[in-house]
Design a protein around this ligand. Sequence first.
Ligand code: HEC
Length: 203
Amino acid sequence: MNKDHEDPLRPHTYDGIQEYDKRLPNWWLTTLWGAVVFALIYWIYYHELDLAKAPDVAVMDEIAAAKSEAAKKSGVLNDETLWKLSQDPATVAAGKAIFMDPTKCVVCHLPTLLGMIGPNLVDKEWIHGGTPMEVMNVVTEGVPAKGMVPWKTQLTQEQIKQVTAFIMSHHKQGEEIIKVSGWTMPGAAPVQPAPAPAPAAPQ
Ligand code: HEC
C-alpha cells in the first residue's frame, strides 16, 4: 500500500508497471446503473408486456398515416388510397348514393350488388380484376360491347372514385381474387343444346 495514496495498489505488475485500484466515482456509477435500470424497464414495458408501441414503430405508423393523408389530399390514386377511401364513411356514403341512383348502377347490379344484368360485385369473382384500380378502371372505361357503360361520360372523376370506394367497402384488402371470363345472369337458362320440342298441350 502506498502511503501517499488512499487507493490500494492492485497486486499485479506488468512490465514493472503497477496500478491503483481506483473506485469509480459515484456520478459515473449512477449513470451506469441508471442506464441499466432504464433499459430493463424500457425492455419490459415495450417489448415484453407490449404496453405501448415502441417509439420506432410509432414513428413508422405516423409516417404512414401522414403519407396516406397527404395522398388523400393531393388526390393521388392507387390501390392503397382507394382502400383507405373504402373505409372512409363520408366517401362510401357518397358512393352509395351514386350507386343507388336509379339511373346509375343499381338497375343492373341490384341494391344488394349481387348482380342481375351486370355481374355480382361482392363475391371474389371478377371479370376485369378485383383490385381497386382495376375496378375503378372498368367503371371509368366501361365494357360497351357487354353493356357496361363507360361512366367517365356521365360521372366526374371524384364520383367514380366514390362509387369505387363504395364497391370496395364490401371487400377486404388482400382477399382472394378469382378471375373469371364472364357472368351468367341469375335465372338465365344455362347454355345447353336445344331441348326436344315439347308435345303440344291438349286443348
Ligand atoms: C346497363 C347495365 C349496367 C349498368 C347501369 C352498370 N353496369 Fe356495371 N356492368 C354491367 C355489365 C353487363 C358488366 C359485365 C361486363 C363484361 O361482361 O365484361 C358490368 C361490369 C361491371 C364491373 C366489373 C365486374 C367484374 O367482374 O370485373 C364493375 C366494377 C361495374 N360493372 C360497376 C358498375 C358501376 C359502379 C356502375 C354505376 C356507376 C355500373 N356498373 C352500372 C352492366 C351495367
